[in-house]
Design a protein around this ligand. Structure first.
Ligand code: NAD
Length: 251
């Protein structure tokens, strides 16, 4: 068996147009998977990169902050020819403000996108995988704030800590049904999500000082873990939250 081969598999990747999602979509395609990219707008660059690997790319347009969207996205992906093999829940947002003045709007926006829609995407995907009788892999993109408190990001910490718990719950319920549910917790990655941190010289220096690897991650640094958790190599791994953080949590 080739333990990291994804040939003949389909992967649904949310938020595949930028950052970590784009890198993971292209990395899974390089390992042999066809890709369904889910996002609010078209993803011409991701599509071009995936197609250049020889794999198929289909996009599904969806706003994952909306109620009832999970089942619709999975139905559309399957209608477009995808199989329920691999689901990467990567789409996410962050809102920054002091906890003392954090608004309900910033709470709901982050919880709806980063936690609620992820659960219902997983639920619809798992139903399809069980019905198809195929082994399947779910990979949730968690965060260091699945382990730590963070600062000025209360709804993000709540969502990512909740996502870690949910990953374990779904693993417990679905492992025996042939579905591996795991998460990746990226450290500090250079993407839109962290632009504000990098723009703050003092914060940036503090962060860099604490990372044993001595540098921020690039989106590509996250891809190996995603291929691993999508591939047969991880068939006996359930409910783990795998940090890819340059050693941050080891400090
Ligand atoms: P990013 O802003 O480049 O990517 C976020 C993606 O989610 C984008 O493609 C965006 O279009 C999509 N998205 C956001 N809201 C959406 C919605 N309502 N509907 C559909 N798509 C939506 O940032 P990123 O850093 O690549 O973030 C990807 C994931 O990684 C997020 O879940 C983020 O929380 C997580 N993460 C990032 C870091 C980091 O340091 N950058 C660290 C840990 C975790």
């Amino acid at each position: 068996m080739i333990r990291f081969d994804l040939a003949g598999r389909s992967a649904i990747v949310t938020g595949a147009n930028t950052g970590i999602g784009r890198a993971i979509a292209v990395g899974l395609a390089q390992a042999g998977a066809d890709i369904v990219g889910v996002g609010r707008s078209t993803m011409t660059e991701t599509e071009a990169d995936v197609v250049s690997t020889g794999r198929r790319f289909v996009s599904v347009t969806a706003d994952l902050s909306k109620s009832g969207i999970g089942a619709k996205v999975i139905a559309e992906a399957l209608a477009a020819g995808a199989a329920p093999d691999i689901l990467v829940n990567n789409a996410g947002i962050i809102r920054r403000a002091d906890a003392i003045e954090f608004t309900e709007e910033d709470w709901d926006a982050v919880l709806d996108t980063n936690l609620k829609s992820v659960f219902f995407l997983c639920q619809a995907f798992a139903k399809a995988a069980i019905a198809a009788g195929r082994p399947a892999k779910i990979i949730n993109i968690a965060s260091l704030l699945s382990f730590q408190g963070g600062i000025r990001v209360p709804s993000y910490t709540a969502a990512k800590s909740g996502l870690a718990g949910l990953t374990k719950l779904m693993a417990n319920e679905w492992a025996a049904k042939g579905i591996n549910v795991n998460a990746i917790a990226p450290g500090y990655v250079e993407t839109n999500n962290t632009a504000a941190l990098r723009a703050d010289a003092e914060r940036n220096a503090d962060i860099l000082k604490r990372i044993p690897a001595g540098r921020w991650a690039q989106p590509d640094d996250i891809v190996g873990a995603a291929v691993f958790l999508a591939a047969p190599a991880s068939d006996y791994i359930h409910g783990t939250i795998l940090p890819v953080d340059g050693g941050w949590l080891a400090r």
